[in-house]
Write a protein that binds this ligand. Structure first.
Ligand SMILES: Nc1ncnc2c1ncn2[C@@H]1O[C@H](COP(=O)(O)OP(=O)(O)OP(=O)(O)O)[C@@H](O)[C@H]1O
Length: 406
């Protein structure tokens, strides 16, 4: 609102000028709206909050059934006529979009998505997420807030945030793509058995497993260096550059095998949980499974939780809510307090181990159950791009404890 019309016009033309100067703004978007996600507000959120901000000419579709958007992107969608794809929904809808888009990109480019060794082609269309689901974890991890208008503005100005994607195969069959958490044991059972609370008794497991992995080499950053992935993350930029140069070298010299990637390592044992976190998996609280994981550094954080007492397992889970990582000593001290120890002992007594429980679990792949146990996981560095710019650090204006800011 502005009483002075001339001033108002100056603002409008100034803003238009600025927007026109941004070359990366999308002109035509393909929008999928899940009317049934979260609190069933997707359509309302899009119509009331987002559509009025978008220019005319975008194509929006209400999904008609689960996997409608995925299948449409895989086959029918005229992708060449769009500059980006927007999903209005939650993490499940986002997963549909990446499955459709990645698959289509490989088929169009002559890459076999069923082959676990293939280097996948990056998707050229960026993806926007208008949060309208229940958890909206991916939106939070890439934007820093779950607000439809903020997300719409990131789309309008054409922001770009690269993101790693893991492909998951069983033998030579493609199973799923994952961007957040792959978890076997505890996190698989939370999904399948949450009502029966079987997960409360980790001692019931006797999950003997073999995990083979290729340690990240030559890149910067470790899961314990306390460098959080934030807007303009230098770790992601550096590693993305390094890995794409390496991929180019492989292309030139087909004869070179993966020797220079280093040696595979194998760990055998009994585990309560086997997790691969490709992002911090943080919601506003708790801080996430792997606090210092990066969105686009070409690696996934492997978290192996060996068989331990219930008490220690609960301590491990509680540490996810703290600001530091698993080595946080304050929390250790906290838990030594007599009262808390008593509470945990009570929980453990109330949920005794079930000796008849089967000694297998399921993989939880970004919230979906996988039917196979033996899987191959490969990280594809910066395979997709989002209309986002990563989580931004609070500016001085948001620091209300700073009197200058007020
Ligand atoms: N028209 C539809 N009818 C039924 N299910 C649909 C339809 N469109 C999409 N879906 C499915 O609904 C599921 C849930 O949707 P969505 O992710 O939007 O919300 P949510 O599960 O509440 O949010 P979150 O995943 O963030 O917790 C998705 O797996 C998606 O495949």
């Amino acid at each position: 609102m502005c009483p002075d019309e001339a001033l108002c016009q100056r603002w409008v033309s100034s803003i238009r000028e600025q927007l026109n100067a941004i070359a990366s703004r999308p002109k035509r978007l393909l929008v999928y709206i899940n009317p049934y996600g979260g609190k069933r507000q997707g359509k309302h959120i899009y119509e009331q909050k987002v559509a009025p901000l978008f220019a005319q000419g975008h194509l929006h579709t209400l999904t008609e059934y689960a996997n409608y958007a995925r299948d449409h992107l895989k086959t029918e969608a005229e992708l060449k006529t769009f500059d980006g794809v927007v999903c209005v929904g939650g993490d499940g809808m986002f997963s549909e979009i990446i499955h459709g888009l990645i698959w289509r990109t490989q088929i169009d480019g002559g890459v076999d998505p069923n082959c676990p060794e293939e280097s996948l082609l990056p998707c050229s269309l960026r993806i926007g997420i208008i949060p309208a689901g229940s958890t909206d974890c991916i939106c939070f991890a890439t934007v820093g807030t779950n607000d439809p208008v903020t997300s719409a503005l990131h789309i309008i100005v054409g922001d770009s945030q690269p993101m790693d994607v893991c492909s998951v195969h069983h033998n030579n069959t493609f199973l799923r793509y994952s961007v957040s958490l792959l978890g076997y044991g505890f996190y698989g059972d939370v999904l399948t058995d949450s009502e029966r609370k079987r997960w409360m008794g980790p001692a019931r497991y006797d999950l003997s497993g073999t995990v083979s992995y290729l340690p990240a080499r030559g890149i910067v950053g470790t899961p314990r260096d306390a460098a959080r992935c934030r807007s303009g993350c230098v770790v992601c930029q550096h590693n993305g550059q390094l890995l794409s140069e390496k991929a180019e070298r492989y292309k030139v010299d087909e004869a070179s095998d993966n020797e220079s990637d280093g040696e595979w390592r194998t760990i055998r044992g009994k585990f309560l949980a086997i997790n691969a976190a490709s992002m911090s998996c943080a919601c506003p609280l708790p801080q996430g499974l792997s606090h210092f994981a990066h969105l686009a550094d070409g690696t996934t954080d492997l978290i192996l939780v060996r068989k331990c007492s219930r008490f220690n397992f609960l301590r491990h889970l509680l540490r996810h809510t703290s600001k530091d990582d698993q080595s946080d000593s304050d929390l250790e001290l906290d838990l030594q307090e007599h009262g808390k120890r008593q509470i945990f002992s009570q929980i453990c007594r109330d949920h005794p181990a079930c000796s008849c429980a089967p000694a297998y679990s399921s993989w939880n792949c970004d919230g979906e159950i996988l039917t196979h146990t033996a899987i191959d996981v490969r990280v594809h560095c910066q395979l997709i791009k989002l209309f986002a710019r990563g989580i931004e650090e609070p500016t001085v204006f948001e620091d209300l404890t700073n009197p200058c800011a007020i």
